[in-house]
Design a binder for this molecule. Structure first.
Ligand code: ADP
Length: 843
């Protein structure tokens, strides 16, 4: 036995055999036909077509035998294939390899063998076509050629089998691939339709090939409506089409992968913003076959992004453009950010502030620690108040802040600070407050009435003096129409049309108007004569304070004696000229009028009194002077020379009248001195008892003459006052009491002088007589100058009519009051009060 060759040739042969895979191919009857043909042509009983496997010989075509296979080397095939042409063994019994029995094949032995190798198209021997015979013999030349031809035919047949098998295989493979493709396609479809992403497949022309479910939902179009159409026919907004086609061209030209965004117009007309990622499917020639675009709807996201971007830029603009300090700082106080304006506000650059602790910018001694501030932020999330910061130039800047704690989810908490520099505001407010305080105190302290009215005539401000003079409470006047309320008629009673009043005129002409012959009306319906100055209030654009407030200052400041009461109404001459200057006062908007008025009824009354006084005094002086002149005239003319007793009489009249004149002049001087406050009081604590006794002693002669008796009950009362003046008062009152007591020689009349304390601060002194009494309607009048109950009193009683007026002045100067009570024919009592000690203030 020869070992199976394992050479390269053998391997090549086995590979070639494997290619035919004959074991897998069903038996081919055509090979049997070729075997029979070989047997017939070679005139042999047996023919076999065999292939040589690794360890056996397998018959694939046979004639005259049933053998299927035989052990390798058991037949001469091996030699056949190693040779070139036909291999013949004419008589095996004589052949050393096969003798003596011959070639065993099946259950028989053969003497003759002829085999032709079967070669592949590449000339690799894989088997042989052999004929066998039991008789020894040789093939004829023709038979040799036939056998060779048949062996070629076997090769052809094997090739055919191979081809057929190959074709079958690829057909089967195609089928398999196709079905796999179908599965794959269905799978892809399912996947495409389940995924949330938008997937569109385009062909290279841009026509839609696939349009998944997500696309259908977003666009509102059915896949079937769009497949085969161009995206720009329906989905792309008209204006975007050129740009879309351009970008599609770019993708098609092979720029992958690529991302882009565009708008889709949905079936309902709404626009969706889609973000796409496109890639290409290439074919075996690496040509773009399809374009797959996957996208997500970013409409909401883009809107949100735009909104955020806008709000961020707005926020930035606000922060940078804000006229405030916007900053952030950590809980430890280190400044994390600040806007430029904020940094500039304290004279620094942003980089000089950021990274530094807040405390390093605080004004010294203003804040000791930030602790309470931070604590409050942590407790309530917010803090507001004032920071006093130090400007680089050392100046203190006050920042009103409202800060908020921000606690981000993914970062350290910090404080967002927003502050406004209110330094100037505070200064202005302080000035304003001072100004308001000043003007309020001016308004309150002046005796003149001051009110302001707006353009509609409504009261905007009123001082206590004005309210009091008009008989209202200030709040009753505010907001009321002052022209209607207090200034509705002229002094002659004729009604005033508001627009024609000098006050309206002041506003219209923007000039100051001074009026002195008008009347204002009180709440109780009474009117009083007034003098007033109406000055328009002008507000200039740059002015924050009303002009009036400023203007009110000036007269005050200009007053040489600082007398605030003079500020408005009793305008000095120089100022009056300034106020009444016809030119507009200030350029600006008139917002109202300020009216300052004085009640001139008292002044009028005084003027009247003065006139009366002068005429009375002239009259009073003329009477004694006339009689003095007459007496002296008679004496001087010598007419009475013969009658010395008449001369004496005349001289006595002259002396009497002179005394009266002296008294009169003294009283007038006294009254003037006391009334004008020129006579200063020398106050001490005085015993009323002692003063009463001195009075009585002074008047004892007159009392005796009048037959009057005194009763003194001073009750140890002490008063605090000027002893001489009190004595003068008592003397006046007691002398009147004596004068008006019944002058009777028989009847003694009593005059009581009493004193007692009505309060610890106040003593009441009374002088009671039993004289003729005073009519009740004269009880007040008699205290006026030259007022007497009876015109004859001065003549008969030698009075001047000034005594009680002097008493009243003295008592009032002491802070007391004086009055009289009386019952006609029964007597009169004069009462007056005085303080009992220095601090006792009497109303
Ligand atoms: P005269 O100098 O006239 O006394 P007075 O001012 O003292 O001036 O008094 C004014 C007037 O008051 C008197 O003229 C008198 O008419 C009246 N009168 C003053 N005291 C009394 C009295 N005790 N009884 C009655 N009448 C009096």
């Amino acid at each position: 036995m020869i070992e199976a060759p394992t050479s390269g040739i053998e391997q090549q042969r086995l590979d070639a055999l494997a290619r035919y895979a004959l074991a897998e191919v069903p038996h081919d009857p055509a090979l049997d036909d070729l075997a029979r043909l070989a047997a017939q042509l070679c005139n042999s009983p047996v023919a076999a077509i065999s292939i040589i496997e690794r360890d056996q010989v397998v018959l694939i075509g046979r004639y005259g035998t049933e053998i299927e296979s035989a052990p390798r080397h058991s037949i001469p095939c091996e030699t056949t294939i190693s040779g070139e042409g036909i291999y013949q063994i004419p008589d095996a019994r004589r052949d050393p390899e096969w003798s003596p029995g011959g070639i065993p094949f099946g259950d028989r032995r053969y003497r003759f063998y002829a085999g032709a190798p079967i070669l592949t198209p590449h000339a690799v021997p894989i088997g042989c076509l052999a004929v066998l015979d039991t008789a020894a013999r040789k093939l004829t030349l023709a038979q040799v050629e036939s056998l060779e031809s048949l062996s070629h035919a076997v090769t052809t047949r094997l090739e055919l089998i191979y081809r057929v098998r190959e074709t079958d295989y690829s057909a089967r493979e195609r089928l398999r691939v196709e079905s796999a493709l179908t599965v794959e396609r269905n799978f892809v479809s399912a996947v495409l339709d389940t995924v949330g992403a938008l997937v569109v497949v385009f062909d290279t022309a841009g026509r839609i090939v696939r349009f998944n479910r997500a696309c259908e939902i977003i666009s509102g179009y059915k896949s079937a409506d769009l497949v085969g159409k161009y995206a720009w026919e329906r989905l792309i907004p008209e204006t975007d089409v050129p740009a879309y086609i351009e970008s599609f061209d770019r993708i098609r030209s092979g720029q992958f992968p690529t991302t882009y965004e565009n708008y889709w117009v949905a079936a309902d007309g709404t626009r969706r913003r889609i973000s796409w990622s496109a890639t290409a499917l290439v074919d075996s020639q690496r040509q773009v076959a399809f374009i797959i675009a996957t996208g997500i709807d970013v409409t909401v996201q883009r809107i949100a992004e735009t909104t955020i971007r806008e709000s961020e830029s707005r926020y930035r603009q606000i922060v940078e453009g804000s006229l405030g300090m916007v900053a952030t700082h950590g809980l430890g106080g280190v400044i994390l950010s600040i806007n430029q304006y904020g940094a500039q506000g304290i004279g620094r650059r942003v980089e000089d502030v950021v990274g530094h602790p807040l405390t390093s910018f605080l004004y010294p001694n203003r804040h000791t620690t930030l602790e309470p501030y931070v604590q409050q932020l942590l407790r309530t999330g917010e803090a507001q108040g004032l920071f006093h910061l130090q400007h680089l130039n050392g100046e203190e800047r006050v920042i009103a802040y409202r800060n908020r704690l921000v606690e981000p989810r993914d970062g350290a908490p910090y404080v967002l600070a927003f502050g406004v520099d209110i330094t100037e505001q505070i200064r202005a407010e302080e000035q304003l407050r001072a100004l308001i305080r000043q003007s309020n105190s001016v308004l309150e302290s002046v005796g003149d009435g001051i009110f302001g009215i707006d353009l509609d005539g409504r009261c905007t401000v009123v001082n206590p003096a004005a309210a009091q003079m008009l008989g209202y409470r200030p709040e009753e006047l505010l907001g009321r129409n002052m022209l209607d309320l207090v200034h509705h008629t002229r002094s002659d009673g004729s009604p005033y049309v508001a627009s024609q009043s000098p006050i309206a005129l002041a506003l219209r002409n923007r000039t100051t108007v001074r009026v002195s012959n008008e009347v204002f009306w009180r709440k109780d319906g009474a009117s009083f004569p007034v003098e007033y100055v109406a000055r328009p209030q002008i507000e200039t654009a740059e002015e924050t304070l009303p002009v009036s407030a400023v203007e009110l200052q000036q007269p005050l400041a200009e007053q040489p004696n600082g007398d605030a009461t003079a500020s408005i109404a009793s305008v000095p001459q120089a100022q009056q000229a300034r106020l009444t200057s016809p030119a507009p006062i200030v350029e600006g908007r008139a917002v109202g009028v300020v009216v300052a008025f004085t009640d001139i009824s008292e002044r009028n009354a005084l003027d009247r009194m003065k006139d009366e006084f002068i005429s009375t005094v002239s009259h009073e002086l003329r009477t004694p002077l006339t009689s003095l002149r007459a007496a002296l005239g008679l004496v001087a003319a010598g007419a009475l020379n013969a009658r010395p007793e008449r001369i004496k009489q005349m001289m006595e009249i002259a002396i009497g009248n002179t005394d009266r004149l002296v008294r009169l002049v003294n009283d007038i001087l006294d009254l003037e001195r006391i009334g004008s406050g020129k006579a200063e009081l020398h106050r001490t604590t005085c015993s009323v008892d002692e003063l009463m006794r001195r009075t009585v002693a002074l008047l004892s002669a007159a009392a005796q003459k009048a037959n009057v008796r005194f009763v003194i009950e001073a009750n140890n009362v002490q008063v605090y006052g000027d002893a001489d003046r009190i004595l003068q008062t008592l003397t006046n009152l007691v002398s009147n009491a004596i004068k008006f007591s019944p002058q009777s020689e028989t009847l003694i009349s009593e005059i009581r002088l009493t004193a007692h304390n009505v309060t610890p601060d106040e003593a009441l002194i009374e002088i009671e007589d039993h004289g003729r009494g005073i009519p009740s309607d004269k009880l007040q009048q008699i205290f006026e100058r030259f007022k007497q109950v009876d015109a004859s009193d001065s003549r008969d009683m030698g009075g001047t009519g000034l005594g009680l007026a002097i008493c009243r002045s003295i008592v009032q100067q002491h802070g007391g009051t004086i009055w009289a009570t009386s019952e006609l024919g029964q007597g009169s009592t004069f009462h007056f009060t005085l303080p009992t000690h220095p601090s006792g203030h009497l109303g």
